[in-house]
Write a protein that binds this ligand. Structure first.
Ligand SMILES: O=P(O)(O)O[C@@H]1[C@@H](OP(=O)(O)O)[C@H](OP(=O)(O)O)[C@H](O)[C@H](OP(=O)(O)O)[C@H]1OP(=O)(O)O
Ligand SMILES: Nc1ncnc2c1ncn2[C@@H]1O[C@H](COP(=O)(O)OP(=O)(O)OP(=O)(O)O)[C@@H](O)[C@H]1O
Ligand SMILES: [Zn+2]
Length: 433
């Protein structure tokens, strides 16, 4: 059945959240087909000088990168691109059972225009300033609401985590002056820059290396740090409604800690105090193994942006402006080695870098509910228990936001990397003085 969403349906769709590139609406109407679904609507930047937020149609060079990749290069619309990319490229890497590419539905221009107005009061001011709904597009993605555990039970809890990059790079192409990148995580260094730009109120103590470690103690520590300073890395939903963390990165949610603890302990019927809540999450993360696959995919970035950027210029057949300004013979030799690789190898380096970028930016949605009675959950769900609680929980884990990153973002990646590293080095040097 072809689904067409028109202006008459606007009251059935309410704001759920948004990222930089998409706005998410939750269905609150009565059509059984749409119950438990969200609609992912594309946005456009209000600043025309900023490159597109996501690939619309593939550029000539992108077609080179994604040639022979399951119909990607031939894909004509952005939605089908998003779907094919999530299913065919990210699926095999992350596990197809953890991926939901959704279905494309038609949306009318009037519907999108009305959504633009109806969501205004719910959107963070800085997001409104930066972007608006793309009213020129004619389709959107209908996806299951993964912040709800699909069952008849009375409630479910979901935790959304944006883990970011979980390893320290060791590429030989990182210049000596940036060797700090091999010792301090990108997340930590970026926090310093974000604080300086007033994008956050305080630096987070979250260390992605803890979350990706195989130590339950360190995973627990990471969750605790995410909880204390959630930014856009941690959110909790009760029955699909946000109860902890915000859509606003600089919202300080410390005041809401008490009510959150009360919800997970008594008022929701979950009966978990905070340490047990984290213990349970830790079990789900460890048992599901999803972070292992995510890390492997992130590690496709073997060359670091300091290496991959040179291959990028070969792919787009432009002289490398970076090599023109390097006077260190040793370093120049290394980069020349990259420039002399066969074009297929350069393409592979850039493609792997982009796939890794998606894996460094996606979110995990872990949803669970206490099992009622003896009945085991469906096979596709996992189950966990912790010693301190006499209860089994059924859970599922889904990745969200597995969008392809545009090739032309490579220059932005290089510039941001240098900015983050230089700022951190400066700060670090100041501290040593
Ligand atoms: O570069 P980063 O690490 O800051 O990541 C960007 C994210 O910032 P973060 O640091 O997680 O707050 C950024 O998130 P926010 O807008 O800050 O919530 C986006 O996810 C962006 O991706 P895209 O432009 O939507 O494709 C992300 O850009 P990509 O680098 O993933 O392309
Ligand atoms: N399928 C889903 N089920 C439940 N909630 C979702 C779903 N998809 C997205 N969301 C919510 O909406 C938010 C924004 O969605 P999404 O990450 O897809 O946006 P984006 O613009 O692509 O993000 P980014 O800024 O990383 O590019 C998520 O952080 C999550 O809270
Ligand atoms: Zn070069």
């Amino acid at each position: 059945m072809k689904i067409v969403i028109t202006a008459e349906d606007v009251n059935d769709w309410v704001y759920k959240g948004e990222g930089a590139a998409n706005l998410i609406l939750r269905y609150q109407g009565s059509l059984p087909l749409l119950l438990g679904k969200v609609l992912r609507v594309q946005k456009v930047s209000k600043d025309e000088t900023i490159p597109p937020m996501a690939c619309a149609e593939l550029s000539m060079h992108e077609q080179l990168i994604w040639a022979n990749m399951d119909g990607l290069a031939e894909s004509k619309s952005k939605d089908s691109l998003v779907q094919i990319y999530a299913t065919c490229i990210m699926g095999p890497l992350l596990g197809t059972n953890h991926i939901d590419a959704g279905v494309r539905v038609s949306v009318s221009r009037e519907f999108l225009e009305k959504v633009e107005v109806s969501t205004l009061n719910f959107r963070p001011a800085w997001r409104i300033k930066a972007s608006k709904i793309d009213t020129l597009t004619r389709s959107a993605l209908l996806i299951s609401d993964h912040s709800v555990f699909p069952s008849n039970s009375t409630f479910s809890i979901a935790v959304e985590i944006k883990p970011k990059c979980g390893f320290l790079p060791s590429s030989e192409y990182i210049s000596d002056e940036n060797s700090i990148k091999k010792q301090v995580t990108r997340y930590k260094m970026h926090q310093a820059l974000k604080l300086n730009k007033k994008q956050i109120l305080e630096e987070s103590a979250y260390d992605p290396l803890d979350l990706f470690s195989h130590s339950n103690e360190r995973i627990h520590k990471a969750l605790n740090a995410l909880y204390l300073n959630p930014q856009n890395n941690f959110r909790v939903f009760l029955n699909g409604s946000l109860i902890y963390g915000g859509m606003d990165t600089d919202t300080n949610t410390h005041d809401t800690n008490n009510s959150f603890e009360e919800i997970i302990d008594t008022s929701s019927g979950l009966n978990l105090d905070l340490p047990k809540f984290f213990e349970l999450l830790t079990e789900m993360i460890s048992k599901s193994g999803v972070l292992n696959r995510l890390l492997e995919t992130q590690k496709l970035d073997l060359y670091d942006i300091e290496g991959a950027i040179h291959s990028y210029y070969d792919v787009i057949s432009k002289p490398c402006p970076l090599c023109e300004g390097i006077y260190d013979d040793g370093l120049l030799k290394k980069y020349e080695k990259l420039h002399s690789l066969p074009i297929q190898k350069s393409i592979e380096i850039v493609r792997d870098y982009l796939v890794s970028a998606t894996a460094k930016d996606c979110c995990l949605m872990l949803s669970f509910r206490p099992r009622e009675g003896e009945a085991p959950a469906l096979e596709k769900y996992g189950s966990v228990g912790i010693e301190s609680v006499d209860q089994v929980y059924d859970y599922k884990v889904f990745f969200i936001d597995l969008d392809m990153k545009p090739l032309e973002k490579m220059v932005h990646y290089y510039n941001l990397d240098q900015k983050i590293t230089n700022f951190y080095k400066q700060k670090y040097q100041k501290l040593l003085l």
